[in-house]
Design a protein around this ligand. Structure first.
Ligand code: SAM
Length: 226
C-alpha cells in the first residue's frame, strides 16, 4: 500500500508498506511533529527462534534514512532513535551528517538480560535528536525509563508500548503527527494513537506492515469503543 502523499492529511493514520527512504522522499518537508523510531541495530540480529530483522546486515540505508527524517521533521521538532550500542559511530555520523543535534541520551532499563557475555546486557538506548532551535518540554522526563519485556509475539524485536508513551507525551504536541519509518509491528504508533496523536508508519516487510495495520485498527476500535 502506498498512500496518496499530496497533502499532509492524506498520510495521517496510515501504515505504508515499502522502503521508508523512498516513501519519505514523497513527503513534503516539515510535515511531521515528532519521529519515534527503532531502526535495525546493524548487528545481524538472529533471535533464538531464528527470526531476523531486514536491513540489520548493512548500513546502506542509514544515512539516506536520517537525511529524509531530518527533511520531513518540522523545524524545532524532536526525534528519538534507538540504536545498536556497538554501532554508535555509524549512527552518530548519520545523525550529525543529516543535521540533527544530539540533545539527550535515554537508557531503557530492562528487568531481564537480552544476552550475556562480557556483561549482562540489561538496557536499550536511544538518543534524543533536535532539528533547529527546539523549546525544551515544560516538565522534562527522566532519561532512564523502565522497559518491561514485550514478549516479542508480534515482532522479533518488539518494543513495549509502555516504555514509549512518556516520549510521545513529552515530545509531540497534542494533535501532532508521530512518524516511525521503521515501524515493525507498530509499537510507537500504538503509543501515539493511545495518546490521541496522529501517526504514520512505514515498514519494508509486508507481514510486519500487515501486523501493524491490524494492531492499529484494533487499538483504534478499542479506543472508540471504550
Ligand atoms: C527493530 S525493528 C522495529 C520493531 C518495532 N519497534 C516493534 O516494536 O515492532 C526495525 C524494522 O525496520 C524494518 N526495516 C528495515 N529496513 C527498512 C526500510 N528501508 N524501510 C522500512 N522499514 C525497514 C524491518 O523490517 C524491521 O521490522
Amino acid at each position: 500500500m502506498t498512500g496518496n502523499t499530496n497533502t499532509t492529511t492524506d498520510f495521517r493514520n496510515t501504515i505504508l508498506n515499502g522502503d521508508s527512504v523512498q516513501l519519505m522522499r514523497a513527503l513534503p518537508r516539515n510535515a511531521v511533529d515528532f519521529i519515534l523510531t527503532d531502526p535495525p541495530y546493524l548487528v545481524n540480529y538472529k533471535g533464538r527462534d531464528g527470526r531476523k530483522v531486514r536491513n540489520d546486515d548493512n548500513a546502506g540505508w542509514l544515512r539516506p534514512a536520517f537525511n529524509q527524517m531530518h527533511r520531513v521533521l518540522k523545524w524545532g521538532g524532536f526525534a528519538v532513535s534507538f540504536y545498536g550500542w556497538n554501532r554508535i559511530d555509524l549512527f552518530a555520523d548519520a545523525w550529525k551528517a543529516a543535521g540533527f543535534r544530539m540533545v539527550g541520551h535515554i537508557v531503557f532499563h530492562k528487568s531481564y538480560s537480552s544476552s550475556s557475555r562480557f556483561l549482562r546486557y540489561e538496557h536499550e538506548s536511544a538518543y534524543l535528536l533536535a532539528k533547529g532551535n527546539v523549546t525544551p518540554p515544560a516538565s522534562p522526563i527522566p532519561d532512564v525509563i523502565d522497559m518491561p519485556y514485550s514478549g516479542n509475539k508480534l515482532h522479533p524485536t518488539q518494543k513495549p508500548v509502555a516504555a514509549l508513551l512518556p516520549l510521545v507525551e513529552a515530545f509531540c504536541p497534542k494533535g501532532g503527527l508521530v512518524m516511525d519509518p521503521f515501524a515493525g509491528s507498530g509499537s510507537s504508533l500504538v503509543a501515539a494513537q493511545h495518546l490521541g496523536r496522529d501517526w504514520l508508519g512505514m515498514e519494508l516487510d509486508p507481514d510486519h506492515a500487515a501486523t501493524a495495520t491490524r494492531r492499529l485498527a484494533w487499538h483504534g476500535t478499542a479506543r472508540v469503543a471504550a
